[in-house]
Design a protein around this ligand. Structure first.
Ligand SMILES: NC(=O)c1ccc[n+]([C@@H]2O[C@H](COP(=O)([O-])OP(=O)(O)OC[C@H]3O[C@@H](n4cnc5c(N)ncnc54)[C@H](O)[C@@H]3O)[C@@H](O)[C@H]2O)c1
Length: 251
């Protein structure tokens, strides 16, 4: 899997891109590795500067290795190698105050905020009635509450800035239907879809004048991920100067 990722990143760095995100800043959670890192690199290739956060440690309920400080450093190195700036901070998306502080520090350094990608997430498996209480809680807290905190920290900045923006919440096939052995994960991703639909439909109504238009319930397709996971992204709203499909052209 690692060699596939490295090959993907190497191939991606040699592609010619058209600067669709020049002078834009993207905030990405869970950016140390995987899809979060892929999104950071893809947007940097298109000219964006990056605000990255990651917990960069193993989570209790998962059985796979956690991201590391070295992973986060490598993400920083790869973005900088593309000639873009990046502000990376070790943050847990469950800690609203620290998340908000890291975002504000990134915005202060990079000057603005345009794209928000709530990507940080974990998964684990169990028969639904055998999911341990702490396993349930950790999954809901990171996948759902963490994404809510990400949007909650970012939206006031986007409103104050007044130039619109785009929020992407990373769901899953598990956000669309039930799947075996992961009731807790499915619940978190369904919750995420509900949150995205609600924010897109209603929460922004008074702010619609700041946005070119509000997109509701619009799956934008798979993200530019190094894996074959079936990723569905939802845009809460978008503006003219960003283009409507943040991560189009992915797998
Ligand atoms: N890979 C797939 O097949 C697949 C399929 C469907 C959906 N997804 C979703 O895509 C997203 C990314 O998945 P991935 O495959 O790249 O996983 P990954 O484990 O490779 O990357 C997730 C990143 O999020 C970080 N993270 C986890 N908890 C965090 C927290 N509390 N605070 C801050 N950072 C945290 C991790 O450290 C890691 O760097 C997740 O939301 C996942 O549910 C993935």
């Amino acid at each position: 899997m690692r060699s596939l990722r490295v090959a993907h990143e190497r191939k991606a760095s040699t592609r010619v891109h058209n600067g669709r995100f020049t002078e834009k800043v993207a905030f990405i959670t869970g950016a140390a590795r995987g899809q979060g890192r892929a999104e950071a690199l893809r947007l940097a290739q298109e000219g964006a500067d990056i605000i990255a956060v990651d917990i960069r440690r193993k989570l209790d309920s998962t059985i796979y290795p956690g991201a590391t400080q070295a992973d986060l450093k490598e993400a920083v190195r790869l973005v900088e190698a593309l000639g873009r700036r990046i502000v990376a901070t070790a943050v847990d998306v469950r800690d609203f105050d620290s998340l908000s502080e890291a975002l504000c520090a990134g915005v202060a350094e990079l000057g603005r905020l345009d794209v928000v990608i709530a990507n940080a997430g974990i998964s684990s498996a169990n028969m639904s009635w055998e999911v341990r209480p702490e396993q349930w809680q950790e999954t809901i807290d990171i996948n759902l509450t963490g994404a809510f905190f990400t949007a909650k920290a970012a939206i006031p900045i986007l409103i104050d800035q007044g130039t619109g923006g785009c929020i992407v919440m990373t769901s899953s096939t598990a956000g669309l239907k039930g799947l075996p052995f992961c009731g807790h994960y499915v619940a978190s991703k369904h919750g995420l879809v509900g949150l995205a639909k609600t924010m897109a439909s209603w929460a922004w109504a008074p702010e619609r004048s700041a946005a070119d238009r509000v997109m509701t319930d619009v799956p934008l397709g798979r993200s530019a991920a190094p894996r074959l996971g079936s990723i569905l992204v939802y845009a809460l709203f978008t503006v003219r100067n960003l283009g409507e499909n943040v991560l189009s052209g992915g797998e």
